[in-house]
Design a protein around this ligand. Structure first.
Ligand SMILES: [Zn+2]
Length: 469
């Protein structure tokens, strides 16, 4: 269904509301006819609301980049607290999260010979600095991390390793997992093979000339070498030059610094439930971003979608169960906010009736699935039925994984949901200077809010509660 069709449908709902409810939903055990009518009204409101847009516009404009431990991160925490309060949430609070702080100062690179020219490069998070004059060495190319791993010891001695693996484009982002290993572990493996520097083709589906940053790590006992990524176009160029069989020498300059332990804050807000206040729906995104862009898609959109959805979900009155929005800290440096949240809230995790994180940009939601106890699957079907008119397909596999910040929750078997966005172009912009507000389509953003609002309302107001496996 295209967006125009959604708009047309919105109009039709007004005319056919009572018909829809009496025909399609009267037999639900979990919701009254009046509640289902409210879901339809909330859906329509969400499809016409610009609340999420105003939030993400404000966050990316008035705050901008939000790398953990920077003044922008601090400003984002203050921004979120102020917005939640202004939006009328019943409770707003922060919880600290610590993380290893890292700052980028400058980065550049060039092919020195045989064809001198600039390379568009970025340091990966956690990278060490090079000497001021840079690291200059011959490049040795590998097609994948696995190929590097299988190379003999000292295969890269004194050289700069270049991994030329290109990720594939897919609606569900399944190219990311295989590609991201080279970002996380590449510098460690390269150093083990004797390399003095590491550069990879960006984890990217883009044709533009921005390099993609992202988290990386070192390993105790292995020499730390500079770890970087170049834009796809530059990786193509480097590959072509190397294929000419003359030594290709590049220079990489990075100034960055690890600064010890930093502290940021999860920002949490709740509309308190009237019947079971301790039970809660948990939705959210992560408040931090990388420093290169303004973090509009990653994850300003998720922040805005879930804040707006919670507000819309309570527009018909207090929910039975609480609706909690958690804006996680320091996700990009390694899920530090989520880990701190789980640790600080261990005693109440069993009260989570449904959890979902929005952290895959702002593309239209096309699928819905759960990971819950089989006894509550009829309730999941009821929720999915109300998303159908928003063009959301129910996958019914019952094996959904939540967003990245829900990974630390996994040992606790909470009921997890996935509201799958179309991420076909997500990795064109992800972690680049090009992740900016203009990449968000306001109409698709509204569809996201509508789906999340339906989800939050229904999980919070169902007769029975959702439970995990
Ligand atoms: Zn993210």
């Amino acid at each position: 269904m295209n967006n125009r069709f959604i708009s047309v449908l919105s109009g039709l709902f007004f005319a056919t509301l009572s018909f829809n409810i009496s025909q399609a939903h009267a037999q639900s055990d979990n919701f009254s006819v009046q509640q289902l009518a409210q879901v339809e009204q909330i859906k329509l409101q969400a499809l016409e609301s610009d609340l999420a847009w105003r939030l993400v516009e404000s966050l990316t404009t008035e705050v901008g980049p939000r790398m953990p431990g920077t003044p922008g991160d601090k400003a984002a925490v203050a921004w979120a607290v102020a917005k939640f309060k202004a939006m009328g949430f019943d409770k707003v609070w922060t919880e600290p999260a610590t993380f290893p702080k890292w700052l980028r100062y400058s980065e550049s690179a060039a092919i020195v010979s045989p064809a001198p020219q600039a390379l568009h490069i970025t340091a990966l998070g956690n990278s060490i600095s090079t000497p001021k004059a840079g690291i200059q060495a011959q490049v040795i190319e590998f097609q994948s991390l696995a190929e590097l791993e299988n190379a003999p010891d000292n295969a890269a001695k004194g050289k700069i390793v270049f991994i030329n693996y290109r990720m594939n484009r897919n609606r569900d982002g399944n190219g990311y997992g295989p590609a991201v290993q080279a970002r996380r572990d590449g510098a460690v493996v390269a150093a083990q093979k004797g390399a003095v520097g590491y550069v990879m083709r960006s984890v990217s589906t883009a044709n533009h000339r921005f390099a993609h940053t992202g988290g990386s790590h070192y390993k105790a006992g292995v020499t730390k070498i500079v770890t970087t990524a170049i834009a796809n176009a530059d990786a193509d160029q480097l590959h072509r030059l190397i294929a000419l069989d003359k030594p290709v020498i590049i220079n990489i300059k990075v100034q960055a610094k690890s600064m010890g332990e930093g502290t940021s804050y999860n920002v949490i807000a709740e509309f308190t439930g009237s019947e079971y206040p301790e039970q809660h729906v948990l939705i959210g995104g992560h408040l931090d971003s990388w420093d290169l862009g303004t973090g509009a898609l990653d994850d300003g959109a998720g922040v805005a979608i879930t804040m707006a959805a919670a507000k819309l979900a309570v527009s018909k009155g207090k929910p039975k169960r609480s609706i909690r929005v958690v804006l996680f800290a320091a996700e990009e440096f390694g899920l530090w906010g989520a880990k701190a949240y789980v640790k600080a809230n261990k005693a109440s995790l069993a009260n989570i009736v449904a959890a979902a994180e929005s952290d895959f940009g702002a593309g239209k939601i096309w699928a819905f699935d759960a990971n819950v106890h089989v006894s509550v699957l009829p309730l999941v079907s009821d929720i999915a039925a109300m998303m159908k008119s928003l063009d959301v397909e129910y996958l019914a596999k019952n094996s959904a994984r939540g967003g990245p910040d829900l990974i630390p929750f996994r040992p606790f078997n909470i009921p997890v949901f996935r509201l799958s966005q179309d991420g076909s172009d997500y990795f064109d912009y992800h972690h680049t200077a090009d992740d900016t507000l203009d990449k968000i389509d306001p109409e698709k953003l509204r569809q996201n809010v509508a789906v999340y609002a339906v989800f939050a309302y229904m999980a919070a107001n169902a007769k029975t509660r959702l439970i995990g496996k």
